[in-house]
Design a binder for this molecule. Structure first.
Ligand SMILES: Nc1ncnc2c1ncn2[C@@H]1O[C@H](COP(=O)(O)OP(=O)(O)OP(=O)(O)O)[C@@H](O)[C@H]1O
Length: 254
């Protein structure tokens, strides 16, 4: 299977502070990968580097073999990698369907100035209808985003992320702040929308991580100390020591 996304000795410093210190990763096409690690390990920074919000100090980031480190977010998006933005890309005053239309409009290469003619754009409408159904929000089609529940908003955020048909999808803590029931539903949704795609998630909930991922990458102090199947990660003494042991102890006392 081909490699969809690759990090090769990636470094990122902020001033004198080294945050990502030679991170390596090779995600195969169609694989679901979760990145875990202690607070401050550099997971968000790594996401920003991949999606073009930040640029590496050194090292290579490749999307399907093409170097993308240094490209801007929309250029990375155009090459087939979409990431979620924790609800910040939802227009609160627009309805669920209008938000999806907006995302489809943009991803199909139209400009927002065409908004007034939206109703007439069949491809945009069809794409939005399809995503609406996929994310299970058909009943909330004409509800303004600000009236959606938190879990519905997060589902809409996933819908916006997938609306461009990107081959590689990155989700940033997709179940953060959810109840167990909501996070189970989110997990099912993520499984469904990621069929046939390559998925990269940063997630703190170990139930979600172990229930979703084909492979888990463990980032500690800016280095990927392990990248393996969930079973092997669970049994890896280095990971136990650096991270999972602490999480399990925390869960026992919670
Ligand atoms: N723009 C920046 N300038 C300076 N330091 C930064 C910047 N962005 C992040 N950092 C620092 O980099 C470190 C890693 O942060 P990052 O948010 O990537 O970690 P994380 O693994 O995502 O943590 P968490 O699990 O708590 O979200 C932190 O110490 C943070 O303060």
């Amino acid at each position: 299977m081909s490699i969809a996304l690759e990090l090769d000795d990636v470094h990122k410093s902020f001033g004198e502070t080294k945050i990502i210190r030679g991170a390596n990763l090779a995600v195969r096409s169609g694989e679901r990968v979760a990145i875990i690690g202690p607070n401050g390990a550099g997971k968000s920074t790594m996401f920003h580097l991949i999606s073009g919000r930040l640029h590496p100090t050194s090292g290579q980031i490749r999307l399907r073999g093409e170097a993308i480190g240094g490209l801007r977010p929309h250029e990375v998006y155009r090459r087939g990698l979409a990431r979620s933005f924790q609800i910040t890309n939802v227009f609160q005053k627009l309805t669920t369907f209008q938000n999806l239309q907006c995302a489809a409009l943009w991803s199909l290469g139209y400009r927002y100035s065409l908004w007034h003619r939206l109703i007439g754009l069949k491809d945009v409408r069809e794409r939005a209808e399809q995503v609406l159904e996929q994310i299970g929000l058909t009943a909330r089609r004409d509800t303004e985003a600000n009236l959606l529940s938190y879990a519905e908003l997060r589902a809409l955020e996933i819908g916006i992320t997938i609306s461009g048909g990107a081959e590689v999808i990155m989700l940033d803590e997709p179940t953060a702040g959810m109840s167990r029931h909501e996070s189970d539903a989110a997990l099912a949704l993520i499984r469904k929308v990621s069929v046939g795609k390559t998925l990269l998630v940063v997630e703190h909930d170990m139930g979600v991580v172990f229930g979703l991922a084909d492979k888990i990458g463990v980032l500690v102090y800016g280095q990927m100390i392990a990248f393996d199947t969930p079973e092997n990660i669970r049994g890896n003494p280095k990971v136990q020591e650096a991270y999972l042991g602490a999480v399990e102890a925390q869960e026992r006392t919670a």
